[in-house]
Design a protein around this ligand. Structure first.
Ligand code: FES
Ligand SMILES: [Fe+2]
Length: 384
């Protein structure tokens, strides 16, 4: 019998964990992956939506289908800040209010038609939306991402449940094994100490001869961390990552990095970023599936990928471990050790919060904990 009665395995509409997740602003897309004037279908926590950008560039999130006869709105046309259905031109505002029905004679009819529309916000290049009930809570600003630096928003998809992903957040022992080369230059097995507050768990990882690596998991699905990069002229990057279920079988990862560079390093860094962004994006999930099926080795995958942004190597390594646990890892069968203290802390946080929600319902106040001083674990000058 697992010690956790509650988990975030199911996040669809109406589920307990889904209700919990929907109390928070969640990232749903990278802003510049959708040009102004275009629309995309989205699936988030088992629900379908339409994300479109008005001609001003503002992102809007509305229902997936037209109220009239149910055509998928993402194939419609963006007109100014509104979106018109491709079938008969019913037009909606970004809050879902129907404002035009070209084939209808009753001019008042449209005012009685509304689809779902959600508050959205662009934060350092990620589109966030509030999908919960009632008014959206205040948008949490992460101090680590504010201030000078080069911001970068990224996302990828991993074919596993949110639980596999969150179990990994403070699993520091995996770093040296799963990522032996490249970005994670922390090969030693760390000693891990976890400290807990009501909404967060902080891992302090010591490795011989290095400063501690301190990272922080925040409920419900955020990881704050600091890292160095192999880029010349980059001092460090502050990062916040969000793991958002697409559904119970696939999880999206969104990250905002704030790179702090030297004055001289800035230009070279931007040029490198531009070059990496122009490279083809490998289908990392497909490579992971082939490796897990025994059809390919990791090294062969690297060769087949050709030149690519080396951060996808890390993504592929993590795909192999988290997808290799099956879609949902089997907690009943696992054998936890003392090194899993971070895994336990994250599960405990979820268990406590869901028990609270189950007993008392929505409305409990969540507060963004004050910034913790985070460190990358590498022996570098890290300030700010
Ligand atoms: S189905 Fe959308 S306008 Fe008719
Ligand atoms: Fe990893």
């Amino acid at each position: 019998m697992s010690r956790w009665q509650y988990s975030c395995e199911h996040t669809g509409p109406g589920t307990l964990a889904g209700r919990y997740m929907r109390q928070f602003w969640q990232p749903v897309h990278v802003l510049d992956k959708i040009p102004p004037g275009q629309a995309r279908p989205l699936r988030i926590m088992g629900e379908e939506f339409t994300l479109y950008r008005g001609e001003s560039g503002t992102p809007y999130l509305v229902d997936s289908h037209c109220a009239h006869r149910g055509v998928q709105l993402s194939v419609g046309r963006v007109d100014g800040e509104e979106i018109a259905c491709l079938y008969h031109g019913w037009k909606y505002t970004g809050l879902g209010q129907c404002v035009e029905q070209p084939g209808e004679l009753d001019e008042q009819f449209s005012s009685r038609v509304k689809i779902r529309g959600y508050p959205t916000r662009d934060y350092h290049g990620l589109v966030f939306a509030y999908l919960g009930k009632g008014d959206a809570p205040e948008f949490p600003i992460h101090q680590a991402l504010e201030g000078e630096g080069i911001h970068e928003a990224r996302s990828y998809e991993r074919d596993c449940n949110l639980t596999n992903f969150l179990d990994n957040q403070l699993d520091e022992v995996h770093v040296g094994f799963t990522h032996p080369v490249g970005y994670a230059r922390l090969p030693e097995i760390p000693k891990v100490r976890i400290s807990r507050t009501k909404f967060a768990a902080v891992s302090h990882c010591s490795r011989p001869g290095r400063v501690d690596r301190i990272s922080e998991f925040l409920m419900p699905n955020m990881l704050r961390f600091k890292s160095t990069t192999p880029y010349e002229g980059v001092n460090w990057a502050d990062a916040v990552a969000w793991r958002v279920p697409k559904d119970d079988a696939t999880t999206l990862s969104f990250t905002i990095n704030r790179y702090v560079t030297t004055k001289e390093g800035e230009e070279a860094f931007l040029a490198r970023q531009k070059r990496l962004r122009a490279l083809p994006v490998p289908d990392v999930n497909a490579f992971a599936k082939r490796i897990l099926a025994g059809e390919l080795t990791f090294d062969q995958a690297m060769e087949e990928m050709g030149e690519h942004d080396p951060r996808y190597d890390v993504t592929l390594q993590d795909h192999l471990t988290m997808q290799g646990q099956m879609v949902v890892s089997n907690r009943e069968a696992e054998v936890l050790g003392q090194a899993d203290t971070g895994v336990v802390a994250v599960r405990d946080l979820w268990n406590e919060q869901l028990e609270d929600l189950d007993k008392y319902g929505e409305g409990r106040v969540w507060i963004l904990p004050p910034p913790t001083v985070l460190t990358s674990g590498e022996d570098l000058q890290e300030t700010g």
